[in-house]
Design a binder for this molecule. Structure first.
Ligand SMILES: Nc1ncnc2c1ncn2[C@@H]1O[C@H](COP(=O)(O)OP(=O)(O)OP(=O)(O)O)[C@@H](O)[C@H]1O
Ligand SMILES: [Mg+2]
Length: 511
């Protein structure tokens, strides 16, 4: 008879120096089930999953791992793959110089009875896999041009290329819109029905409610609660996770008094990097005022991120951008900073964090003028700023002089946001500010964004979770296929209208 549990992680203890990331965590995942692993930023979720994947090898932690009832030793990710574990890590790691197909089979070719595979065979296999997964990616496309969500989908395809029996998704939906997350959810249910065990980490509690057969809640390195389907609710999960009843507040604040128009974008067009027949963004007009939070909705691939990148001078565009009444010709991030614009990027891996610098240097990177005297960085001033943000955003670390590597996914996201806030720009472009942060931190970030607007700054925010966007924005424009297809005032806000506008216009293209 088959063993009921596909995997068991028993009494796992793992420390990083003085940080006790896991303190006897036990997780059992049944075969043919979907299991959600939930917890605040820094609770230990990724650490536990990395142990299962062999990223942290046997010997670097205490505890036992069983697969199908037998104790196993996992010394490397390769061991984990041989044991049928398909792992999608929280941080994206793709090789930009390789194609989609090559990335999918990276390190996998020759893995099982395939010593040599020709490039065309590789593409054919990639094509088969992608269409089976209904993932809309071109196997020949260079990975460098993929957007954040496409990179995420590529990571999922790579983990599934070896037909695993256990699927581990560490915040795989953090970079996807709800529509794409729904498609992924359909796939996960399909795998479950085939008998696979699926473990997923998410901060979107609604996903847990709709998808999970069982939920385990991790807090301070221990499982503090478990619920079966039917027995969990948003409130119960939230309480177990946070340990008190600090609820996120709903939007009640009165509309802000708005100042003068601070930014106007006219006829903005961003050419496609490879296809001359298609523009990534086409003829976009928008404006925002001082003290205003403008939300930009749309599906992944609709041009939201490109729009922000162009305004910040990262992408070539045609059209006119006016800042504080003056025509601005911003052609580089440097010029954008000089025009007092800030940009929180969606991809914190390749564009965002500098992994060879510590946390405080990463926080003050965009505001060196404020922390330097006579060309020298004033470490005390730098520490002061970093510490203030550590408190305001509850960044979980023993000290801000630690390396960025030592932070959990949510912690890294908060450092990037802190950097943009520390630079104190007049116009703040935020691409997915809530990516990977837990529900309590979400409220902190919301507060900080609102306070920024209250000071008369302009905030333009892209956010894939419509509910979050409706909650933070004063006004919303919806992008689809690079064009603005709808805009609404706060009194007209509705989730269905946003979704309808984004999906209708974008029909047929999605995965
Ligand atoms: N390589 C490392 N070196 C030092 N400390 C680490 C390292 N990796 C994780 N930690 C610490 O271990 C704790 C657990 O981190 P982990 O990444 O597992 O959290 P998480 O639950 O996945 O959080 P998030 O929701 O933010 O992704 C945190 O305090 C983190 O700072
Ligand atoms: Mg994590």
């Amino acid at each position: 008879m088959e063993f009921e549990n596909a995997i068991e992680l028993i009494e796992i203890e793992k420390s990083f120096g003085a940080t006790r990331a896991l303190q006897g965590a036990t997780l059992r995942v049944r075969r043919g089930s979907i299991h959600a692993l939930i917890g605040g930023n820094g609770a230990g979720k990724s650490t536990l999953l990395k142990i299962l994947d062999g990223v942290y090898p046997a010997g670097s932690y205490h505890g036992t791992i069983k697969i199908d009832g037998s104790t196993v030793t996992i010394r490397s990710p390769r061991d984990a793959r041989l044991l049928g574990i398909g792992y999608v890590p929280q941080e994206i790691s793709i090789v930009e110089s390789l194609s989609v197909a090559e990335n999918i089979f990276l390190g996998n070719v020759g893995f099982r009875n395939a010593p040599f595979v020709s490039p065309s065979e590789l593409r054919r296999r990639a094509n088969d896999l992608l269409s089976e997964l209904r993932i809309d990616l071109d196997p020949k496309a260079p990975a460098a041009i993929l957007s954040g969500s496409e990179r995420q989908l590529l990571m999922i395809a790579r983990a599934l290329a070896l037909n695993p029996t256990v699927i581990v998704l560490d915040e795989a939906t953090a970079r996807l819109t709800e529509h794409e997350a729904d498609n992924l959810a359909r796939l996960v249910r399909f795998w479950r029905d085939l008998g696979l065990a699926c473990v997923f980490v998410t901060h979107r509690l609604r996903e847990v409610e709709s998808l999970a057969d069982r939920v385990s809640i991790l807090r301070d390195g221990r499982i503090v609660a478990e619920f079966e389907r039917g027995c969990f609710s948003y409130n119960r999960i939230y309480e177990a996770m946070i340990g008190d009843d600090r609820r996120s507040d709903r939007k009640v604040d009165a509309p802000r008094t708005l100042g003068a128009e601070s930014i106007r974008v006219e006829g903005l067009t961003i050419p496609h990097p490879r296809r001359s027949s298609r523009n990534v963004v086409e003829n976009v007009n928008l404006h925002a005022r001082e003290g205003e939070i403008l939300g930009v909705a749309g599906l992944v691939g609709s041009g939201r991120s490109a729009l922000l990148s162009a305004i910040f001078g990262r992408l070539p565009y045609s059209g006119r951008i006016t800042i504080q009444g003056r025509i601005a010709s911003i052609r580089s991030p440097r010029e954008a900073r000089r025009a007092r614009i800030g940009h929180l990027v969606e991809d914190r891996g390749s564009l965002g964090l500098l992994f060879n610098l510590d946390i405080r240097a990463n926080v003050t990177l965009a505001s060196l003028a404020r922390v330097s005297r006579f060309g020298l960085v004033d470490r005390a001033q730098e520490t002061k700023i970093a510490e203030a943000f550590r408190r305001a955003l509850s960044i979980r670390t023993p000290s801000t002089d630690r390396s960025i590597d030592s932070l959990s996914g949510g912690g890294r996201q908060k450092v990037l946001l802190a950097r943009e806030l520390a630079a104190d720009p007049d116009i703040l472009l935020l691409d997915e500010p809530f990516q990977g942060v837990d529900v309590a931190s979400k409220a902190d970030i919301r507060d900080i964004i609102r306070r920024t607007a209250d000071q008369g700054k302009t905030v333009v925010v892209v956010c894939s979770e419509t509910a979050d966007l409706l909650e933070i924005a004063d006004r919303i424009v919806v992008l689809a296929r690079g064009r603005i297809v709808d805009h609404m005032k706060m009194t007209e806000f509705s989730e269905s209208r946003v979704v309808r506008a984004s999906v209708n216009e974008d029909h047929g293209k999605r995965l």
